[in-house]
Design a protein around this ligand. Structure first.
Ligand SMILES: *[C@@H]1O[C@H](CO)[C@@H](O)[C@H](O)[C@H]1NC(C)=O
Ligand SMILES: *[C@@H]1O[C@H](CO)[C@@H](O)[C@H](O)[C@H]1NC(C)=O
Ligand SMILES: *[C@@H]1O[C@H](CO)[C@@H](O)[C@H](O)[C@H]1NC(C)=O
Ligand SMILES: *[C@@H]1O[C@H](CO)[C@@H](O)[C@H](O)[C@H]1NC(C)=O
Ligand SMILES: *[C@@H]1O[C@H](CO)[C@@H](O)[C@H](O)[C@H]1NC(C)=O
Ligand SMILES: *[C@@H]1O[C@H](CO)[C@@H](O)[C@H](O)[C@H]1NC(C)=O
Ligand SMILES: *[C@@H]1O[C@H](CO)[C@@H](O)[C@H](O)[C@H]1NC(C)=O
Ligand SMILES: [Cu+2]
Length: 368
């Protein structure tokens, strides 16, 4: 049995880990505009610059044809045999575990770009990686362009399964059940069989697989959750990390974005996973849901905005080499190497080369 490529991505050392909606979107767009303006001054007539950089956009801004191109490439990629299955030794995981915490931001930046490149190289996708706007559709997730179940969405909600919600943030936060809980039954990924995981499921009723690498075919589960979106995916929290109290250093920004788990504070990153719930609520196995890439597109967009608005700190890092610094480890440095391993056509690179999306090597992109 071949593992799907997307499942190989999935287990590649994942981290363990009051305004109107329209106004919220405008304020976020204004931050994005400020980020672009801050980067205007940087010119390079022979290489990457803000005028020739590739532009990543909201899924909502894609035309139907563009959406179909992305979804077709995703389906193509899911059908490719894994290039990693023979070397998928259980022990290999720990090698990555050392990286994902401290390098959360640059690790995911590189992971996402490698995925974008793989869709291009292996499935002929020519456009850029879309993102999910967290501030949109809180009370109508099921009707949104991302989750409306049409063939240009990432599938609808799961069918309804009675359950008692999810325990997240080290068990400190209880999230009431959403509107789904079962398999996704509409949209382009209904026949999609997930071979690996669950690894660390948070939803009541979901059981972890016997081991992270065991063959355990199951469907993709969603439990769309407006409560989490309204409570945690807010403009207030987004402003806090980009221009507010938590924007003053990379350490504050990163913690507040990821979540202060000991404080029972989800953070926008964790909240996004739990707004989708089910398979996506399982941080280790979440890349098997195609929305993972749009969610992390938004994580990277917010990081890019923070960097552009804090250019004097854009090349700093925070955190240690281990999740929640457990076991205790040294601080990350920009010389530490991000290694995405054999699964991805990506060479190991120092963090220092992954900080600037306009360096030209390897990145040349912005967000709009
Ligand atoms: C960006 O690069 C293009 C060539 O690709 C060049 O024509 C343009 O002047 C450059 N702009 C800036 C602001 O450096
Ligand atoms: C301009 O781009 C070229 C090609 O990517 C690169 O070698 C050079 O370092 C860049 N210059 C600046 C000032 O960033
Ligand atoms: C999606 O549905 C529309 C209308 O039914 C159809 O024209 C289009 O070809 C479908 N796209 C895909 C990718 O199936
Ligand atoms: C939910 O919790 C209630 C009370 O603790 C319990 O009676 C019920 O069986 C639980 N339901 C599920 C699906 O676990
Ligand atoms: C999880 O395990 C419990 C206890 O063995 C079982 O009753 C339940 O059906 C399992 N849930 C799923 C989704 O397989
Ligand atoms: C903003 O971030 C700071 C620093 O982490 C935190 O103490 C505060 O509670 C946050 N404010 C909001 C509204 O989330
Ligand atoms: C590690 O980082 C923390 C927080 O940024 C800082 O307080 C501490 O001094 C650093 N430790 C070392 C050994 O540099
Ligand atoms: Cu994530």
């Amino acid at each position: 049995m071949h593992l799907f490529n997307i499942a190989s991505f999935a287990l590649l050392g994942l981290p363990l880990v009051a305004s109107s909606p329209l106004q919220a979107r405008d304020e976020l767009q204004s931050l994005n505009d400020q980020a672009v303006a801050a980067l205007q001054a940087r010119c390079n007539t022979t290489g990457c610059n803000i005028s020739n950089a590739r532009v990543r956009r909201d899924w909502v801004a894609f035309s139907s044809n563009e959406k179909t191109d992305y979804i077709s490439a995703m389906n193509c990629f899911m059908a490719l045999p894994s290039i990693a299955d023979t070397s998928f030794a259980p022990g290999a995981r720990t090698r990555y575990d050392d990286f994902v915490a401290g390098n959360f931001l640059t690790w995911h930046r590189y992971f996402l770009s490698s995925f974008e490149a793989a869709l291009a190289e292996e499935c002929g996708y020519t456009d850029t990686q879309p993102y999910w706007n967290w501030l949109a559709d809180h009370d109508s997730l099921q009707e949104s362009a991302y989750f409306d179940g049409s063939n240009t969405s990432f599938g609808g909600d799961g069918y309804f399964v009675q359950h008692n919600g999810s325990l997240v943030s080290l068990g400190k936060v209880h999230i009431p059940s959403g509107t789904g809980g079962g398999c996704v039954t509409s949209g382009p990924f209904t026949d999609y069989v997930i071979n690996l995981g669950p690894v660390t499921p948070t939803m009541d009723g979901l059981n972890a697989s016997s081991s992270a690498l065991a063959y355990n075919p199951h469907c993709m589960i969603r439990d769309l959750n407006s409560y989490v979106a309204n409570e945690w995916l807010t403009l207030e929290k987004l402003l806090n990390i980009t221009v507010g109290d938590a924007s003053g250093s990379i350490a504050l920004f990163q913690n507040e974005l990821q979540g202060r788990f000991g404080d029972g504070f989800l953070g926008l990153h964790t909240a996004g996973h739990n707004t989708m719930g089910g398979t996506s609520g399982d941080l280790f196995a979440s890349p098997v849901d195609p929305m993972f890439w749009l969610h992390h597109g938004m994580v990277d967009r917010v990081y890019w905005i923070w960097q552009a608005l804090h250019l004097d700190q854009a090349d700093t890092t925070a955190g240690t080499l281990t999740i929640n610094n457990s076991p205790a480890s040294r601080n990350t440095t920009v010389d530490d190497v991000v290694d995405l391993s054999v699964n991805v056509n990506a060479v190991p690179r120092p963090i220092s080369s992954l900080l600037d999306t306009l360096s030209g090597d390897p990145f040349c992109y912005i967000y709009l």
